[in-house]
Structures are given as structure tokens and as C-alpha cells.
Design a protein around this ligand. Structure first.
Ligand code: HBI
Length: 95
């Protein structure tokens, strides 16, 4: 069972993830990605999917043409956990 991040740890973690926003209602982090076209966006989603499978930690996401919106939260913690922070870092490293 992974623990939900405390307010302090969340603020500290988000300081290192400046492109992500905290969704207080969901206790989740979100980011919008924009690519040249659908092909680039879908290629990105494919790479994220492989990381998610390997980490056994899956995003909530949507795609409209060249835009991909990702939300990360941990069902098992009923909120934000270190698994979401690690996943956000891994996703940003794909760019
Ligand atoms: N993905 N975002 C997210 N949160 C989880 O808690 C989670 C998951 N993917 C798989 C997973 N948990 C499994 O470990 C549990 O459902 C058993």
C-alpha cells in the first residue's frame, strides 16, 4: 500500500515538476502536451503506455489530434503518491 503525499512533500515534489499542475479536487497532477501532429502525439502516447505498463502505474488521459492531456493520481492511495511523481518525471524525460 503506497502512502498519500503530505502537503509538504507534495509542494516539494511539484517544485521540481514546473510544467505539472496540482488538481486539488482529485489530489492529482496534470499536464497538457502539444505536438506537431497526431502522429507525434500518438507516438508519445505509445511510449508513455510502455512506461506505465512497466511501472504498473497508469495515467488517466485524453488525446485530441496533436494534444495529450495526462492526469496522474494513485488509486491505491486515494490521491497523489510518489508513484505519480516518478511517473511524471519519466514522462517528462521522453520530451
Ligand atoms: N495506476 N494510476 C494508478 N494508480 C494505481 O493505484 C494503480 C495503477 N495501475 C495498476 C495498479 N494500481 C495495480 O497495482 C493495483 O490495481 C493492483
Amino acid at each position: 500500500m503506497v502512502a498519500r503525499l503530505t502537503d509538504g512533500l507534495r509542494e516539494e515534489s511539484l517544485a521540481a515538476l514546473p510544467d505539472w499542475r496540482w488538481d486539488a479536487e482529485r489530489d492529482a497532477i496534470t499536464r497538457r502536451f502539444e505536438f506537431r501532429d497526431f502522429n507525434q502525439a500518438f507516438g508519445f502516447m505509445t511510449r508513455v503506455a510502455l512506461i506505465a505498463e512497466k511501472a504498473d502505474h497508469h495515467p488517466e488521459w485524453s488525446n485530441v489530434w496533436n494534444k495529450v492531456d495526462i492526469l496522474l493520481t494513485t488509486h491505491d492511495a486515494d490521491g497523489l503518491s510518489t508513484r505519480d511523481i516518478q511517473m511524471a518525471q519519466a514522462i517528462d524525460a521522453l520530451l
